[in-house]
Design a protein around this ligand. Sequence first.
Ligand SMILES: [Zn+2]
Length: 196
Amino acid sequence: MILPIVAYGDPVLRKKCMEIPKGYPKLEELLEGMWETMYNAKGVGLAAPQVGVPLRLFLVDTTPFADDEELSADEKNQLDGFKKVFINATIEEEGGEEWTFNEGCLSIPDVREDVKRKDTVTISYVDENFKTHKETFDGLIARVVQHEYDHIEGILFTDKLSPLKKRMLKGRLNNISKGKIHVDYRMRFPNMKKGR
Ligand SMILES: [Zn+2]
């Protein structure tokens, strides 16, 4: 089932999310809905708070990034089919040089801004079978993991912009929270006036 994606301004996007206990009853159903919702919106990642569920869970599938002509064959191979569920994740370490990438977010449609992040991330998490993993990622995979991880900590990429950029974006972000935006996937807007 395609779930409505929660728009900028909803308090659920600001929650530090809770751990998911083993045997959580609706996990399978939630995962299914989140994958369908992410693919429908042409995203490469989706976090549970973005569908209104404040749990430490996010999905990543970087396959669409593999089409980028500027990438090397190696990079394309890494991105193609990188599909994972991250539950109860903790970032252990970030390292390498900071680099800039033009990020977007399904909860903040039509806004894209350059964001600086470190190149590598080491993260521990459990998968959908509650098997424990600790892995290090770099490049675009690290970038998507860092962006999604921020969501389960209540952080959005727009928080990382300069004060000037934030001021410039304020009006657009306000309009998004009111639903004054064209978007071709299902969304839920926190400040939309009722009865329209
Ligand atoms: Zn996002």
